[in-house]
Ligand binder design. Sequence first.
Ligand code: FES
Ligand SMILES: [Fe+2]
Length: 438
Amino acid sequence: MTAQLHDLRTTPPEPVPVAELLRRRRPGTSLESAFYTDDEVHALDLDVVFSRQWIFVAAAAEIPEAGDYLTVEVGASSVVVVRDDEEQVRAFHNVCRHRGSRLLEDRGFVGNIVCPYHRWTYDLEGSLLHAEAQPPSFDKTCFSLRPVHVRDLAGLVFICLADEAPEDFDAVAELVEPHLRPYRLDQAKVAAQTDLVEAGNWKLVMENNRECYHCDGHPELTTAYFPLFAYDEEDISPRLRPLFERYQRAAAALEGVRRAHGVPMVDHRHLDDRVVGFQLTHMPLDGEGKSFGAHGAAVSAKLMGDVQDPAFGDLSLHLQPNSWFHLLGDHAVVFSVMPTSTTTSVLRTTWLVHPDAEEGVDYDLQTLCAVWNATNDQDRALVAATQRGVADPSYEPGPYSMVEDDVEAFVSWYVARLREHAGPGALPDALPDPRAAG
Ligand code: FES
Ligand SMILES: [Fe+2]
């Protein structure tokens, strides 16, 4: 008996077909192990999510001048994101139309895009300008770089690799853009950027971002940030009651500040009822109420864009599948998650400040980045521990708490995309969420 139990707990389970995993996904609980450990699921994630949905890839401020470019790796695909001579952001597959060489690496500046192999030369709109030793019949117009869908949403750059990108991006942009506009992210300056290697599947990084159930593990962040994200009043325990009352007072103060500036606190929540799932929330801050410095202190002396008041709260934007953003009166911090293998991913964090803010004068770089460097590192450890745990043969999906609705929304958005991909009628209806009963 003991030996059997031992075997049960150490023998890897037989692989389960993805359709079966989707069929039996139980809303209100975490996903089964295979979603985080199985190479077939990962290949599907790259195809169905990262190659067909809109994904956030960069702040437009990373490529401020015509000719500035960066490259983005999405599975086997590489994409060049470049600012053209008309100052528009464009995206192309990073593949030469001659014999396929990669064109550009990493990031930098180019006048034209010149292939390193035989020097086919493209302009910044992707047109082939020059290809040596071609016959008279050669038609350059047939060999432009293959475009990738791209949108610059008030300074945030999204791409979609699909032939036909999900249409509702524009409708979402219309809702979101007015909230972002006062911060003028398009004109901001990149103060810092980090790439953190996560020892976890990309979904674990996202799920961790979508709840504050674990926020006791973020002592630096929570001197400024109320760890009440996704809490309703009935979720407030006696322990959290004094904090909640402070939060309510801070929220009322923020509402007054925003009303005085003609920008009301209107929130939007469409995390899993749109293909471009998103949530936009106005959050007050604790302490001084200004920014992510210790106890809500400001971290940059120059306010963003048209913002007039340093206590402008935290405009928090979450987008499925791979991004979140915090816009403060004095800076913004933007996050993207990209998968690099079944069990690894990269979290990119970019800090943006007013274009005239000078390091050492208006802001101290270490202070600006301190909270999120610490928080990201704490989250990195949580994600790595969870990856190890969900790979353990004894792991079983566990129930979400009342304050993990946004984790459920992320997972249900994800499962819906995979089910859509399977095709109508290919799978029985999703199981109901038992938490909704009664
Ligand atoms: S592969 Fe690019 S010029 Fe030949
Ligand atoms: Fe966290």
